[in-house]
Design a protein. Structure first.
Length: 552
């Protein structure tokens, strides 16, 4: 109404008339549709029909649809290259795009449609900042590929590279896995980052029940987009705002589901940033608090057996939430975008196990505690994140193999220069040092493919893909670029990682650490202009979410 009512707004209305608006339309809510459709990645190439369905839902429910684009990058395609440095940065760009369009156009509501990893948190950060009625529509998961009666995901291709380099599979088998891993559109199929975040958004109340685990190609996903629009118009009418939904309690619900489903390490980084955007008090230690309370009850890739479409068939996130609710681990009084509370939403959900092994009974978990552990020690004074599900050796004491970039580490791995017991250290890949915190899926998958997933640890101030498993520790803070102790490690130094005690240390005296720090000099900035340079200047530490914030 700010830009359509009153005689002085005649020029504004003229612009709308040019797009086919009628006089009666100026009394309808202006609803923004942030559409991340692109043909850059299969995660997003199936979004347009969802956007079309959502637009129909907006118009049939009495709203005006104002569609605009948001960018995306493909983590899977850019992985292992300089292009991956733009991945986390794209989260900030997406949030900025949504804030810019929504506030500039005085939108009355928002529906955000996204698929790939950073579409999710970037969209939610934008929603939280703008704080007009909004709903998130996830583009949907990909269906599994298959080779030799084995389900495949994109991670299968990365691991096959390691198997090929170790002589375990032929070039023909590598090619067959490569061609079959991604059979169609949708986001990567395990409980990787995109599916982790979609599940968490549903648990938080910002998406429709069951919508987070649907396959992109299935008709129910298109129908859900239409229904989401109708729900949004109701939220606009009833003034249900994101910051009424995104609260400390609802973030606890989201993190409980992340732990129960064995979700991605990236969720730690993203929820710190989302909480900041929503002005909710939440810090890195809150994840450890939740981890101790919530077991892993879903057997999902990458550390388990099944994919997200299997979870959907088994009852989806509502069933997981109902199991946790019955144990007092979900806040039932949280409001959702539908206008119903979580408890009301779960009222008719059956928590009984029907015999499948995808969602376990609460008293028969895969792991008795959550899998995302916050470690601290002289290597990570401000904390780091370890994914400890499926790890047979939670204690590693080994010599450091130090690399100042992902490429150097990958070269050593492919040349079979990493041995059992080694601790691979990849540094200068943090928020400022990368810049952009590249994901280390290529090196971790190559190690797994070579059979070293259980015997070699990898630590970094960068990130890991949601598809990573094994003894991996990321988000080490302070990062190397700002003089964190990870910058001081030398080849052969003993690194001790104890997942049970939640510690990570290098076996050096304080005197030696200070002596090395005196000799250390910060590296030159890698980029002087453009978005990478801007991000390096504005990025907060990983322990705070690595979001951008102007300096004082």
């Amino acid at each position: 109404m700010e830009i359509t009512q009153g005689a002085e707004k005649a020029p504004n209305r003229s612009m709308y008339y040019a797009m086919g608006y009628k006089e009666a339309d100026f009394n309808k809510p202006m609803v923004g549709l942030a559409n991340a459709h692109s043909t850059i990645t299969p995660c997003n190439s199936g979004l347009q029909r969802l956007a079309d369905s959502a637009e129909k839902g907006i118009k049939s429910s009495g709203g005006n649809c104002q569609s605009f684009g948001t960018p995306t990058v493909s983590d899977g395609i850019s992985m292992g290259t300089e292009g991956m440095k733009y991945s986390l940065i794209s989260r900030e760009v997406i949030a900025d795009c949504i804030e810019t369009c929504a506030n500039a156009q005085w939108l009355d509501g928002l529906i955000v449609i996204g698929g790939c990893d950073k579409n999710m948190p970037g969209g939610m950060m934008g929603i939280a900042r703008v704080n007009v009625p909004a709903i998130y529509v996830y583009g949907g998961t990909i269906k599994p590929g298959n080779y030799k009666n084995k389900d495949l995901t994109i991670v299968s291709s990365f691991e096959a590279v390691g198997e090929y380099s170790a002589g375990k599979i032929s070039s023909n088998e590598l090619k067959e896995i490569e061609k079959r891993a991604c059979p169609g559109t949708g986001s990567c199929g395990g409980m990787f980052t995109a599916n982790t975040m979609s599940s968490a958004f549903e648990a938080m109340g910002m998406s429709l029940p069951f919508s987070s685990t649907m396959a992109n190609e299935d008709s129910e996903k298109t129908e859900s987009a239409f229904e989401s629009s109708k729900v949004l118009l109701n939220a606009i009418e009833n003034k249900i705002l994101p910051q009424q939904i995104i609260t400390r309690k609802s973030i606890e619900n989201a993190v409980a589901v992340i732990m129960a489903t064995g979700g991605s390490t990236n969720a730690v980084l993203h929820f710190l940033a989302i909480a900041n955007a929503a002005e909710v008090q939440w810090n890195i230690d809150d994840f450890e608090r939740m981890r101790k309370k919530v077991p892993v009850i879903c057997d999902l890739k990458p550390s388990g057996q099944y994919v997200t479409t299997d979870l959907h068939k088994a009852g989806g996130i509502p069933k997981v939430m109902r199991i946790l609710f019955d144990e007092g681990l979900i806040h039932g009084d949280c409001m959702t975008i539908t206008g119903r509370t979580v408890e009301e939403t779960l009222a008719n959900i059956d928590s009984k196990n029907t015999g499948d092994r995808i969602i376990r009974n609460f008293n028969e978990p895969l792991y008795k505690e959550g899998h995302l552990a916050i470690l601290k020690g002289n290597l990570a004074v401000n904390g780091c994140v370890a994914k400890i599900s499926g790890v047979k050796n939670p204690y590693i004491d080994g010599p450091a193999r130090v690399f100042d970039s992902e490429e150097l580490a990958m070269e050593a791995i492919i040349k079979r220069q990493i041995k059992p017991g080694d601790v691979v250290v990849i540094r200068y890949e943090g928020p400022k040092g990368g810049p952009g915190m590249r994901e280390m899926l290529a090196p971790t998958s190559a190690l797994v493919g070579q059979g070293l997933g259980e015997s070699v640890a990898l630590i970094t101030d960068g990130r890991f893909s949601g598809g990573t498993w094994g003894m991996v520790v990321g988000h080490i803070c302070p990062e190397a670029y700002v003089g964190g102790n990870i910058a001081l490690i030398q080849d052969g130094d003993r690194i001790i990682i104890d997942a049970h005690q939640k510690t990570i240390n290098v076996a050096l005296s304080e005197k030696e650490i200070y002596a090395r720090k005196d000799r250390w000099h910060p590296p030159k900035k890698k980029y002087q202009t453009g978005v990478l340079a801007k991000y390096a200047c504005l990025a907060k530490p990983a322990s705070q979410g690595a979001h951008t914030m102007p300096t004082d």
